[in-house]
Write a protein that binds this ligand. Structure first.
Ligand SMILES: Cc1cc2nc3c(=O)[nH]c(=O)nc-3n(C[C@H](O)[C@H](O)[C@H](O)COP(=O)(O)O)c2cc1C
Length: 426
């Protein structure tokens, strides 16, 4: 594969997005969008070298976190239009890919202009993960592969997968080594994404990071929570700094609780990471990628869209989803979950919100969006801060006797290939 770079050309505003009503005299134009950029505190400026993942250069070292049900190609396109970075697909289970389920093929599909086709695999069995990587490499379906070792969902950890897996050093090593070997045959960089561990008494990230480094991964990403924290509390950035110090020879990427460009800058400064991974912070805010690029390039400009521009983006997102799913019904079903995120903090009546959350067609969507006050300005802090999944801590479900040893026993070994189930979410 030849070297590719992920930088987008020029400032990405809303120029490609259709107006809700293009004939309206106040339809926002690119110039208005530019005017909506606001000055931010210049003290947040940052310069960070491009992130290198094997042959891939990510000029703005910012990564859209894989999010099941969110980071499909429609949402990735929307984010890409605002800034540079690497945009990872929703996770796909290795087993489903090996069996070529239509859903798995949809998940790994990319737009033709996605210069880096990034795929995240979930798996618990080295042979199946290896076979999935082989498919991606031999059929030229990816330029970057990430492995998911961070999923805290009980259905996954109960079978030894996701964040439970690095506890078993032999299994973790087997999966990472096999995946790196298969990926390297096509010159494809392989990375891993993990949590701190199962709980505070069973941390795995330092050992897992060293094993991954010794196995030849191109980078490791750490979400600063344990599985039992789920999405509660605060991400522990000091663990990210610890990993950064423990692995001076490969890129370390930090993840957790970045809600703004300023947070991203702060994470880089506080932890020394080579790049940041952002999940929930961009739900309903694809323009965050523009802010991040601005911050990392030393510009103080930030996107502060008024309600009219948010409405345009929602409509465009819906259109892209309809296109990606090849079905208006599925596209509209998918956009509904984004509504509360897009309109967080904006003045939108309860009745209209309810209608938007059950919108059935593009035509109805257009009509509902036209009811919004397009002149309503950016609401400031109310539109910012935490969003998306939260919840409370819970004891992690694990296979029987999982914590007794760092190696698989015979019964666990036998169960592991059966654990290659069809799961989603992380
Ligand atoms: C809806 C949702 C789906 C997710 N799906 C995945 C996934 O498929 N793979 C994965 O590694 N992490 C997944 N995650 C975890 C995120 O990638 C990220 O690690 C986590 O949200 C913390 O980052 P944040 O604070 O920036 O959101 C998911 C998170 C959410 C909220």
């Amino acid at each position: 594969m030849t070297a590719v770079t992920t930088r987008t050309a020029g400032p990405a505003l809303h120029s490609a997005a259709p107006a809700v009503d293009a004939s309206a005299p106040d339809a926002p134009a690119a110039a208005d969008a530019a005017a909506s950029l606001a000055s931010a505190d210049a003290a947040t400026r940052l310069d960070l070298p491009p992130l290198r993942l094997g042959p891939i250069t990510v000029d703005t070292p910012v990564i859209l976190a894989p999010m099941a049900g969110i980071t499909n190609k429609a949402f990735r396109r929307l984010c890409r239009e605002y800034g540079g970075g690497l945009y990872v697909s929703e996770m796909v289970t290795s087993r489903a890919l090996v069996e070529r389920s239509p859903e798995s093929l949809r998940i790994i599909s990319h737009d033709e202009d996605e210069s880096v086709r990034s795929v995240q695999l979930y798996g618990v069995d080295p042979a199946t993960v290896g076979a999935a990587v082989r498919i991606l490499v031999e059929e030229d379906r990816a330029d970057h592969i990430d492995l998911n070792f961070g999923c805290p969902v009980p259905k996954v950890t109960r079978r030894g997968g996701g964040a439970a897996l690095p506890w078993k050093l032999d299994l973790f090593t087997g999966i990472v080594q096999t995946a790196v070997r298969e990926a390297s045959k096509g010159g494809i960089p392989l990375t891993i994404k993990m949590r701190k561990g199962i709980d505070e008494d069973h941390l795995t990230f330092l050992e897992a990071g060293r094993i991954a480094r010794d196995s030849g991964v191109a980078a490791v990403a750490l979400h600063g929570r344990t599985a039992s924290q789920y999405y509660s509390g605060k991400a522990d950035w000091s663990a990210i700094a610890e990993l950064r110090n423990a692995l001076p020879d490969i890129p370390v990427l930090g993840n957790g609780d970045i809600w703004s460009a300023e947070d991203a800058v702060r994470m880089v400064r506080e932890t020394g990471v080579d790049g940041v991974v952002i999940g929930r912070g961009c739900q309903g805010r694809p323009w965050l990628f523009g802010d991040l690029m601005n911050a990392f390039e030393g510009s103080a400009e930030r996107h502060q869209p008024g309600l009219g521009q948010v409405a345009e983006t929602v409509y465009r997102h819906a259109e892209l989803l309809v296109d990606a799913f090849g079905s208006e019904m599925m596209g509209l079903r998918d956009i509904r979950k984004h509504m509360a995120w897009y309109f967080k903090g904006y003045v939108v009546g309860g009745e209209l919100r309810a209608k938007l959350a059950t919108v059935p067609t593009l035509e109805v969507l257009r009509g509902l969006l036209a009811e919004l006050d397009a002149e309503s300005p950016y609401p400031g802090a109310d539109a910012e801060g935490p969003r998306g999944r939260a919840g409370s801590p819970k004891k992690t479900s694990l296979p029987e006797n999982w914590l007794q040893s760092r190696r698989l026993n015979e019964a666990q070994q036998a169960d592991i290939s059966a654990a290659e189930l069809d799961v989603s979410g992380g």
